[in-house]
Design a binder for this molecule. Structure first.
Ligand code: PHB
Length: 376
């Protein structure tokens, strides 16, 4: 986004290129995110390879319901692995002669309060290098250098959950044409996909789960048990080729800017995976940031930079509200007799009430950007 506005930018990455290209993450892109990639001229491979979905399936009480948000909004969700988006960005930067600097070690950020920020790092050959910049975009995640650098100057609101998602990638054919959330009294099962014969599936498990205690057989048995339905064939099993455990967390840090250091994406906020907002929110922050920086270089105006945190946070909190709505409806929270009937009532309402479904679909497919937030 910056390079396209004629603003020079250097991307530092701690890991090596092969690692980054292969790193498995979520894979549901909002229409809004796809529109941004399209405007950047970066959606060709996405349009050729991604799966275009109208919404998702919701299953509970052994019945299956399709929530068709496309019919309500004319928009879509797109299934395209996060690693593919990253690969497209890496390739584009290479083409533009600004390749990502991989294996940047011992990164430090200084001078961000003086208006003359410097980023120092050790390159792959062991040489210490310093970049003098006007702005630093901290896109390095929750455990990254940038967040740690300003930890004393930001305040964090946080909610943690007593459960995690056990995720698998498997060679099996999806049973539904689009992703499916199954709410079961014992917890959530997610049936998603990466292609016609690759499924991505998740199980809600206790936070202290030991991954070694979950054999492939046990995972398939639990996925099948929770997902059993009277109106649909059983899940197809297959070879599991990736297995992981991800804790759930909701977190927002404010402000998202300290001096000339800006926090973007997971460096500033985390959403639970329910509803798949994480990557989309990072793209949202990047749009707000590059628009603000673009405005500064184009006219000298600083108001957009000053508004960065508040502008980005409006959208972050909308996504938190959406993720909380889905998370609290789909997961088992309690053993009491209230948990399941309450969740089931909320799920039934989504199936029965057009307005409630539309409200969910509107955010799921991505709140549109006001034109003023575009990166151009
Ligand atoms: C995924 O396909 O990885 C996925 C699907 C739905 C979610 C999260 C992740 O809510």
């Amino acid at each position: 986004m910056l390079l396209r506005q004629g603003i020079d930018a250097i991307v530092l990455e701690q890991r090596d290129e092969a690692y980054v290209r292969a790193r498995v993450r979520a894979g549901v892109l909002e229409q809004t995110t796809v529109d941004v990639l399209d405007q950047l001229g970066l959606a060709d491979r996405l349009y050729a390879e991604a799966l275009r979905h109208d919404g998702f399936y919701l299953r509970f009480d052994r019945s299956t319901h399709k929530l068709d948000f496309h019919a309500d909004t004319g928009r879509n969700a797109w299934v395209y692995g996060q690693a593919e988006v990253v690969a497209d960005l890496i390739d584009d930067l290479k083409k533009r002669d600004r390749p990502v600097v991989f294996e940047a070690a011992d990164v430090s950020v200084d001078g961000y309060l003086t208006g003359r920020p410097e980023v120092a790092y050790t390159d792959g050959e062991g040489r210490r290098r310093v970049i003098e910049a006007d702005f630093v975009a901290g896109c390095d995640g929750f455990h990254g250098v940038c967040r740690a650098t300003v930890a004393d100057r930001i305040a964090t609101a946080e909610r943690s959950y007593p459960f995690a998602w056990l995720g698998i990638l498997a060679h099996s054919t999806p049973v539904t044409a689009e992703g499916m959330y199954t709410a079961h009294p014992d917890g959530l099962a997610v049936h998603s996909m990466r292609g016609p014969h690759i499924t991505r599936q998740y199980l809600q498990v206790p936070a202290d789960t030991d991954l070694d205690a979950w054999s492939d057989e046990r995972i398939w048995a639990e996925l099948r048990r929770r997902s059993a339905a009277d109106d649909w064939p059983e899940l197809e099993t297959g070879e599991v080729f990736e297995k992981s455990l991800a804790p759930l967390r909701s977190l927002v840090s404010e402000p998202m800017r300290v001096g000339s250091l800006f926090l973007l994406g997971d460096a500033a906020h985390i959403v639970p995976p329910t509803g798949a907002k994480g990557l989309n929110l990072a793209v949202s922050d990047a749009c707000v940031f590059s628009h603000a920086v673009g405005g500064f270089y184009a006219t000298g105006r600083k108001d957009l930079l000053d508004a960065y945190s508040d502008t980005a946070l409006d959208r972050v909190w909308q996504a938190q509200a959406f993720s909380w709505n889905l998370t609290s409806m789909l997961h088992r929270f309690d053993d009491d007799g209230f948990d399941w009937p309450l969740r089931r009532a909320r799920l039934q309402r989504l199936v029965d009430c057009d307005d409630d479904r539309r409200a969910i679909g509107h955010v799921y497919l991505g709140l549109p950007f006001p034109t003023a937030w575009r990166y151009e």
